[in-house]
Design a protein around this ligand. Structure first.
Ligand SMILES: Cc1cc2nc3c(=O)[nH]c(=O)nc-3n(C[C@H](O)[C@H](O)[C@H](O)COP(=O)(O)OP(=O)(O)OC[C@H]3O[C@@H](n4cnc5c(N)ncnc54)[C@H](O)[C@@H]3O)c2cc1C
Length: 469
């Protein structure tokens, strides 16, 4: 390790050398993951500012037998940006955060280290452009895009990865290539759903769209009083999302100690009322608020704070999470989910939630993309379900993990012959490698391993759950 540390330092981009602030503070901040439950000790930490630096860092890791991991926004639920285990060489892409729009072509070059709030603002400031992306302004473009990217324009505009035209990638052999539908198409296919295992992306070229203004932003309040009332609402929502939800309507049910049903409609208020009122009535939802918002205010409505991410990023939570990507939940599965909520979740005083993003179905741009055109394996998932259990302060006691594990099991046990997909962007640290591969990538996993062998046969890019691990 001595030679590795020396090599990184000699490149001049070891973290303390680029910092004006107290180097120790800056180093501690870099090593502090979003999820404080899951911390790791890297072997070395590089903060490149040129592609050559990235190439040198990858070569350094490869020649010293140290596994290499790229980090962008550091928001992985399993702290995969810190390697997901001790001992990796981390390449922190924070300096690759430029956003440059070609307004005529409606394309943008975006660095993976940009955080979503800053990227959205920069796109808007260059000809009112936008891309489809997630809601949290601190999330990095890199991890989000390389593994999915669902947000409040996805039903009309697809996932973030559906809007990538090409990516610039430093490979395991430290060469730089372009990946697109015409250049290295297998790599391009793999990057869009499983990117962490294939290289370090230094730039994405996206297609953009003109941001819609006058958007209908809604939030309704819902207080199910029994398991059967929750089951009725979920059955109605599932049926609507699969069969009738139009691409202009994006929404989610947030089940917690308080429950909300919220989203955005890109259209007129009268059309919104016509579409939404029958659904609300079937779900048993009454009161709420509906307002008309500009594009940036629409994003802010769901961002839990300002879009601008300035200074040293220092937002963290302590939590365990899981996901399910069901194409369909049978009445038995919905009953099991609702009974578990009634018996175990309602009485749980931790800050748990279960989020149902209305992801797929006949009207969703995500589902319309053919299943084999990217490695993202969940095109037909009706809901993107995120189970989250957090503590406001202190440590998360591992003895609490059965709460969410049991909830997921109650649902999957009700449909034993189905492989419920799971979303690596909501990484579940309790999965074994095999479980992770099976649920994150389903039928695409075999081809992903083939592409991995082609581009990274020595497994320079490794991690506890990524392809080839
Ligand atoms: C508060 C919060 C809100 C979220 N909201 C949403 C949402 O609305 N929609 C949604 O879809 N997801 C959402 N997510 C999940 C988020 O998309 C993932 O956690 C995502 O992987 C984070 O990306 P990152 O770059 O910030 O993380 P990192 O931890 O830096 O990276 C995540 C993974 O991507 C790899 N990676 C990162 N950059 C590169 C690169 N340049 N080249 C190669 N590999 C790279 C890392 O090695 C790691 O495996 C949210 C997460 C949080 C914490």
């Amino acid at each position: 390790m001595g030679s590795l540390a020396f090599f990184i330092a000699s490149l001049g981009f070891l973290l303390p050398l680029v910092s004006n602030a107290n180097p120790l503070d800056k180093r501690a901040a870099a090593l502090k993951p979003f999820n404080l439950r899951v911390t790791f000790k890297p072997a070395a930490y590089a903060v490149p500012s040129t592609i050559q630096h990235v190439q040198d860092a990858v070569a350094c890791g490869a020649s010293n037998g140290v596994t290499v991991t790229a980090k962008s926004g550091g928001h992985s639920y399993g702290s995969h940006g810190l390697g997901g285990e001790d001992g990796h060489l981390i390449i922190d892409m924070r300096n690759f955060s430029n956003v440059t729009v070609d307004q005529t072509a409606q394309t943008a070059n975006i660095g993976p280290g940009g955080r979503l709030g800053n990227v959205a603002t920069a796109l808007y400031n260059q000809g009112k452009q936008a891309i489809s992306h997630g809601t949290c302004p601190g999330v990095g473009v890199g991890g989000l895009t390389l593994h999915g990217g669902y947000g409040l324009s996805s039903r009309g505009r697809g996932l973030t990865l559906d809007n990538v035209l090409e990516a610039t990638v430093v490979l395991a052999n430290s060469t730089v290539v372009t990946a697109s539908t015409t250049q290295n198409p297998d790599l391009f296919w793999a990057l869009r759903g499983a990117g962490a295992a294939f290289g370090v992306v230094t730039n994405f070229k996206f297609k953009t769209f003109t941001a819609p203004e006058n958007n209908i932003v809604f939030q309704y309040f819902f207080s199910p009083s029994s398991a059967s009332q929750l089951a009725t609402a979920l059955t109605a929502l599932q049926d609507f999302t699969r069969n009738s939800q139009p691409p202009e309507l994006n929404m989610r049910l947030f089940l917690s100690s308080f429950t909300t049903f919220s989203g955005v409609y890109y259209g007129s208020r009268s059309d919104f009322d016509k579409i939404m009122n029958p659904l609300l009535s079937k779900m048993g939802i009454g009161s709420g608020t509906v307002s008309t918002n500009s594009w940036l205010n629409t994003l802010t409505s769901f961002s839990n704070g300002p879009l601008a991410q300035t200074g040293t990023y220092d937002t963290h939570e302590t939590f365990f999470s899981k996901s399910l990507m069901p194409e369909y939940m049978s009445p038995e599965a919905i009953t099991a989910l609702s009974n578990y909520w009634n018996a175990n979740a309602r009485s749980n005083s931790r800050q748990w939630y279960l989020l149902f993003d209305c992801h797929g179905g006949n009207g969703s741009a995500i589902t319309k993309v053919s299943a084999d055109s990217t490695s993202y394996a969940h095109r037909n998932a009706t809901f993107k379900m995120q189970f989250y259990d957090r503590v406001a302060s202190g440590n998360y006691d591992p003895s609490w993990m059965p709460f969410l594990n049991g909830w997921v099991k109650s649902i999957t046990d009700a449909m034993p012959s189905v492989n419920f997909g799971m979303y690596i962007n909501y990484a579940d640290t309790s999965l074994t490698k095999d479980e992770a591969h099976t649920h994150y990538w389903k039928d695409n996993y075999k081809k992903l391993v083939d592409v991995k062998m082609q581009y990274d046969p020595k497994r320079v890019f490794e991690g506890p759950q990524i392809v080839g691990s």
